[in-house]
Design a binder for this molecule. Structure first.
Ligand SMILES: CC(C)(COP(=O)(O)OP(=O)(O)OC[C@H]1O[C@@H](n2cnc3c(N)ncnc32)[C@H](O)[C@@H]1OP(=O)(O)O)[C@@H](O)C(=O)NCCC(=O)NCCS
Length: 246
C-alpha cells in the first residue's frame, strides 16, 4: 500500500469468533512516518525518533497506527489514547478487552486482533541462515530432532517456520523471551493449521500427558510470499483466521 492511501483506507472490522490479521506492504517506506502521525501518540513518535535506522522507526509507527485503526474500527472510538504495556512488554489498549499483536519485518507490518482471546503474530523475512543448525540448541528437543534430521536444503525454511510459530505463541502469552523456548513445542512440518503440540506450562491446565490434538488454541500459518514466513496463534480453539493483505 502507498502511505498516502492509509488515512482514508477502509479498515477491515474484526468480527466475533475470528482472528483478523492485516498485513501492510510498505511500498514507499520513507513516506509512512508522516502518514501515521494522526494515529500515533507523541510518546510513540518520540520513541521512534531515537531509533538509529529510519526503517525501524517507520515499522514501529506503522504497527502502532495500524493497531489503533483496527481498534477504532471495532468500537467506533477514535481517540489517540496511549497503549499500556504488560509487565513483560506486550502493548495493550486499556479502553478495550480486545487483544492485538504487532509484528514487523523488512517491508511488512502485521497486526492480529481478536475480541475474545489473547493473540500473537510473528512475521520474518526469510534470509540465508548459515547457523540454523546451531540455533536449534535453544528449541524443544522434539523440534530440534525434527529439524536436524531434514535434508540440508530444507533446514532453513523449516527453521523459520518453527521460529515464527514459537514467537506467535510467546506473543499471545505476552511473556516474550521470559518463557524458555524449550518449554513448549510446535510442529516443524508444512501443515498450515493446528501446529501447537504443547503450550508453556503457565498457559494451560492440561495434564502433562494430554494428547496434542487437545491443545485448546487456534494456530495458523499465513501464506504471503515465499520471502516471508508469518504465523498467528490465539488462546481459544476453533477461531476463524481472516487474512487481509494491502
Ligand atoms: C518482542 C518479541 C516478543 C518479538 O520480537 P521480534 O520478533 O524481534 O519483533 P516483532 O516485530 O515480531 O515484534 C515486535 C512487537 O512485539 C510487541 N511486543 C513487545 N513485547 C511483547 C511481549 N512481551 N509479548 C507480545 N508482544 C510484544 C510490540 O508491539 C513490538 O513492536 P513495537 O514495539 O514496535 O510495538 C521479543 O521480545 C522476543 O521475545 N523475541 C523472541 C526472540 C527469539 O529468540 N525467537 C526465536 C524463536 S525460535
Amino acid at each position: 500500500m502507498l502511505a498516502r492511501q492509509f488515512c482514508h483506507w477502509p479498515v477491515p472490522v474484526a468480527e466475533a469468533g475470528t482472528v483478523l490479521c492485516v498485513g501492510l506492504h510498505l511500498e514507499d517506506m520513507a513516506a509512512w512516518a508522516s502518514q501515521c502521525a494522526p494515529f500515533t501518540t507523541g510518546q510513540e513518535r518520540q520513541e521512534a525518533s531515537r531509533f538509529a535506522h529510519m526503517a525501524d522507526a517507520v515499522r514501529h509507527l506503522t504497527g502502532r497506527a495500524l493497531a489503533r485503526r483496527m481498534l477504532w474500527a471495532l468500537d467506533g472510538q477514535n481517540s489517540v489514547a496511549p497503549f499500556a504495556r504488560t509487565p513483560y512488554g506486550k502493548p495493550f489498549c486499556p479502553q478495550t478487552t480486545a487483544d492485538f499483536s504487532i509484528s514487523h519485518s523488512a517491508e511488512m507490518v502485521w497486526v492480529a486482533l481478536c475480541r475474545t482471546a489473547n493473540v500473537g503474530i510473528d512475521v520474518e523475512q526469510v534470509h540465508p541462515l548459515p547457523d540454523a543448525a546451531d540455533l536449534t540448541d535453544q528449541l524443544h528437543p522434539q523440534e530440534r530432532h525434527a529439524l536436524l534430521t531434514l535434508p540440508a536444503g530444507e533446514l532453513e525454511t523449516a527453521f523459520f517456520r518453527c521460529w515464527t510459530r514459537k514467537e506467535a505463541v510467546l506473543k499471545a502469552c505476552g511473556t516474550g523471551l521470559n518463557t524458555p523456548l524449550n518449554s513448549f513445542c510446535v510442529h516443524t512440518g508444512p501443515q498450515q493449521n493446528s501446529w501447537i503440540l504443547s503450550l508453556p506450562a503457565a498457559t494451560t491446565r492440561l495434564p502433562q500427558n494430554n494428547a496434542p490434538e487437545t491443545v485448546p488454541w487456534t494456530s495458523h500459518d499465513i501464506a504471503t510470499t515465499a520471502a516471508y514466513q508469518c504465523s498467528v496463534a490465539a488462546s481459544s480453539p476453533h477461531l476463524e483466521v481472516l487474512v487481509r493483505v494491502f
